[in-house]
Design a protein around this ligand. Structure first.
Ligand SMILES: CC(C)(COP(=O)(O)OP(=O)(O)OC[C@H]1O[C@@H](n2cnc3c(N)ncnc32)[C@H](O)[C@@H]1OP(=O)(O)O)[C@@H](O)C(=O)NCCC(=O)NCCS
Length: 164
């Protein structure tokens, strides 16, 4: 079966789709930022394009649904001192179709084994859908900490082995 998703750089014309995602309070429910405005989505895209120009390793990529030619999600990579942390947000209209698990596996497949072994994700302990995505993709919980706002953050680390 053809892969329905394309992982590609974000473009200026994605601003509307970016706002549909990060302007939605339900999608940002577990994030440490408030939903953005339309103006902020344009500013964010300028910041992302600037990061591409500087070859910044901290980056956000568009997840495009090929059949619609539309950015339906954003995949992020944040570099820590030792580990790289991934994050993903999907337009609510596209939840429940296996796309998050697919895109995490697509990203893992682009990495060499030694780099794959350094991939982690931080997730709110209440975010059952994201935890399920990580577990399906071969991540295991390695630590837990309580944040200032009293929520609990779990850290997942990718482990070699079968992925669903
Ligand atoms: C988390 C998110 C990316 C999942 O995207 P998705 O494309 O729907 O994910 P998938 O379809 O690949 O997998 C979701 C899995 O979680 C399960 N799931 C969904 N809601 C659930 C819930 N409330 N409780 C338990 N499992 C749940 C689904 O059944 C599915 O598992 P399955 O394949 O075994 O049936 C999406 O909900 C989202 O964008 N959320 C807001 C942003 C966010 O929280 N990002 C993660 C930050 S760490």
């Amino acid at each position: 079966m053809n892969n329905p998703l394309i992982l590609r750089p974000i473009r200026t014309k994605d601003a509307g789709s970016y706002y549909e995602i990060f302007g939605d309070p339900e999608i940002c429910r577990y994030d440490d930022f408030s939903p953005i405005t339309e103006d902020e989505s344009v500013e964010d895209i300028v910041r992302i394009l600037d990061g591409y120009a500087r070859l910044d390793e901290n980056t956000e990529l568009a997840i495009e649904l090929a059949e619609e030619g539309k950015m339906i999600g954003v995949f992020a990579v944040l570099c820590g001192l030792k580990y790289k942390y991934i994050g993903y947000h999907f337009n609510r209209r596209y939840w429940g179709r296996g796309f998050a698990s697919l895109v995490v596996n697509m990203y893992l497949d682009t990495l060499k084994p030694k780099d794959r072994a350094l991939i982690r994700a931080r997730v709110d302990s209440q975010n059952a859908a994201s935890i399920r995505v990580l577990e399906k993709c071969g991540f295991r919980r390695v630590s837990s900490r309580r944040l200032e706002n009293a929520t609990r953050e779990w850290v997942y680390h990718w482990q070699p082995g079968p992925r669903k």
